[in-house]
Unconditional design. Structure first.
Length: 659
């Protein structure tokens, strides 16, 4: 293979996720070192194809009539290519155009090309990253969609978590052989290119510029993403790390990559470390010192650098013109919003004069021109407030490795929050010791993932959450818990989120998820001892209340204020009354089986028992009927009052059970 400049497309499937694709960011750095043209995309893939077709269409249109500013008409042209609707041709206002029939013919040609998939491949190589296995469907659809977009399907590279765990299944579903594991050896992607043989992709700094090419905004803001270690010393059955990163590396080079990122993209506020078991490293003291040397000592502050200045500088010097055009455009418009009065009008006029009011008409030259006129205003009015910096070992720390010395070292950096794993009740002693040591050294904000639906029982989840509440009171700290449902790593059950553990059932899982729906997955502590916590209000005051709540109708859980209070619907007490009766009756085993299936459709076909049918009326109220409860409240109340508040169930139960 010759080392020609190649067109490279990096794709992240269109799912919602918190962190950017670190693997693709390294691959972007790799291909830029080789001089390739790199593009990153996340979104509707049809729009990606339309954008490429528009660029080709634009060339033809300019050859036909270069006097028309086709860029200003880009939106309508793209909409016509996508839909073929004549309405968008009319909006082009071509009545005065000399070559209108030929122009329309060309646009129609590209519309037909899109809708019948008659276009030629655009890229020499495509990479698709993969994340969780339960994103199976969208991942497979993405891989299959991009096949016609590459000149040779052998040049589609698929990697990441799902690709490594469901390797054979993904190959069967797509015909593409995925890459398993890390790109941690030289020459893995291009063994025939001399320069590539010198590069270990996994060791490269991240190319942050690609994140500005897309509209999707990752929730994590200004942060360095990196590793101090790789892999894990444990072999937990529920964890994929031993498969993805089988060799534990107690210390990897970070400082050089950190400095390179800082120089190119500016100082970032926080440090997000993706290590899977940093405390297992014998180099932990060295790691902490390196973090401090990077500017993350306890109490460190950060002032946001001049983002527009950095963007314009990179627009002039960085090969990713596409990204820095878009970023500079956005920053200019953010500047206009910050300004007031005459300054705002002046800045708006500059953008207008430079044709920077729309991204389609924005050019590199005009961005630089506008910056020269607005850089003093930008410097004067940009945000210069000091903010605290934080370090986050995002994947959590292992309580079994925590020592007094390790926690003392941890307290020397601005750790927030300190994440300590509490995956199962068996490590309670080590977990409580780790929390106590954190409190001893002044670390007051903690967080953890609480794994459930694995080998645990439902009461284990309650007990671990309550342990956290008690630890908060005991040590005057805050622990924010994130219950996380286990999903298998392999097989068909890994491809979706429907798996239920051997001690769980669908209804129990939906009950827990319904509780967490209210707080977006967080179980927060009470701020003061003796104060009712969210936990006890949401999960029950004790284990008996919790077990009963697991059987409560999902709608009653999610819309608790609507169903609990008598001044609203007030149905919860009627369900509780009915539940106490039927759960002590001979009908319970049959009713229990139906409830635990969490399927309340076609009840008449599943049971002929009138007592059970009567009780299950509580489960017929769907969450979807309450989405507009403010507008439809009165109608809803009238609809359900006779059904829910009647004593028919009690009467029937007494008669049916005991006569």
């Amino acid at each position: 293979m010759s080392n020609e400049k190649r067109k490279i497309l990096l794709i992240e499937p269109n799912y919602k996720n918190k962190y950017p694709p670190i693997g693709l960011m390294k691959i972007a750095s790799y291909h830029r070192l080789l001089g390739d043209d790199v593009k990153f995309y996340k979104g509707d893939l049809r729009d990606l194809v339309i954008d490429e077709l528009f660029e080709l269409c634009l060339i033809k249109l300019n050859k036909i009539d270069s006097s028309i500013n086709w860029i200003q008409k880009a939106f309508f042209i793209k909409q016509y290519i996508k839909s073929g609707k004549k309405h968008f041709v009319e909006l082009l206002e071509l009545n005065e155009a000399k070559y209108a029939p030929l122009i329309i013919e060309v646009i129609e040609e590209f519309s037909k090309m899109f809708r019948k998939k008659l276009y030629e491949p655009f890229w020499d190589r495509i990479y698709v990253t993969t994340l969780f296995t339960f994103y199976w469907k969208v991942t497979v659809e993405t891989i299959n969609f991009v096949k016609p977009l590459v000149k040779d399907t052998s040049q589609i590279f698929v990697g990441g978590v799902l690709a490594s765990l469901l390797h054979k299944e993904l190959e069967e579903a797509t015909g593409i052989t995925p890459h398993q594991g890390l790109l941690d050896k030289p020459g893995m992607l291009d063994p025939n290119i001399i320069e590539a043989k010198k590069i270990i992709i996994d060791n490269l700094p991240l190319d942050y510029s690609i994140l500005d090419e897309i509209d999707y905004q990752y929730p994590t803001e200004s942060a360095y993403f990196t590793f101090m270690t790789k892999g894990c010393t444990r072999k937990c059955a529920f964890c994929s790390v031993p498969i993805l990163e089988p060799t534990y590396k107690p210390k990897i080079e970070t400082k050089g990559k950190f400095d390179e990122i800082k120089n190119l993209y500016g100082e970032q506020q926080n440090l997000l470390l993706m290590d899977n078991n940093v405390l297992a490293s014998p180099n932990f003291a060295e790691i902490i010192q390196e973090i401090k040397d990077m500017g993350f000592q306890k109490g460190a502050t950060w002032e946001e650098p001049n983002q527009l200045e950095i963007a314009i500088r990179n627009l002039q010097n960085h090969p990713n013109t596409r990204a820095y055009t878009k970023r500079s455009f956005r920053l200019f418009h953010e500047l206009v919003k910050r300004l007031k009065g005459a300054n705002q009008q002046f800045a708006y006029n500059v953008l207008d004069d430079c044709q920077l009011l729309n991204l389609e008409t924005t050019t590199k030259e005009n961005l630089i021109k506008a910056y020269n006129e607005l850089k003093e205003l930008n410097e004067k009015y940009r945000n210069k407030s000091k903010k605290l910096r934080y370090v986050d070992f995002n994947q959590g720390t292992d309580a079994r490795y925590v020592t007094d010395e390790f926690m003392r070292l941890m307290s020397e950096i601005p750790i927030r929050p300190l994440r300590i794993a509490f995956d199962y009740i068996g490590i309670r002693k080590q977990y409580e010791n780790a929390v106590a040591l954190a409190a001893k050294y002044g670390i007051r904000e903690l967080s953890n993932y609480i794994l459930y639906n694995f080998n645990d029982k439902p009461e284990d989840l309650y007990n671990r959450l309550e342990i956290n509440i008690n630890l908060c009171h005991e040590h005057n700290i805050d622990i924010f818990s994130f219950p996380m449902k286990y999903i298998p790593l392999f097989g068909e059950e890994a491809k979706h989120r429907e798996y239920t553990g051997k001690h769980w059932n669908k209804k129990f899982i939906r009950a827990v998820q319904s509780v967490l729906n209210v707080s977006k997955g967080i179980v927060a502590p009470a701020s003061k001892k003796g104060q009712t916590s969210f936990f006890h209000k949401a999960f029950g005051k004790n284990i008996e209340e919790y077990k009963k709540l697991l059987y409560m109708p999902e709608t009653y859980i999610v819309y608790r204020s609507v169903f609990e209070e008598e001044k609203n619907l007030g149905y919860t007490k009627y369900w509780s009354r009915d539940f106490d009766i039927i759960s002590k009756s001979p009908h319970w085993d049959e009713a229990k089986e139906i409830i635990e299936s969490s399927d309340f459709s076609n009840i008449e076909e599943r049971t002929v028992n009138p007592v059970i049918r009567e009780f299950l009326r509580h489960y017929h109220i769907q969450r979807s009927t309450l989405k507009n409860e403010d507008k439809e409240y009165n109608a809803l109340k009238k609809q359900y009052d006779n059904l829910i508040k009647s004593d028919r169930f009690i009467d029937l139960t007494l008669t049916y059970d005991y006569v």
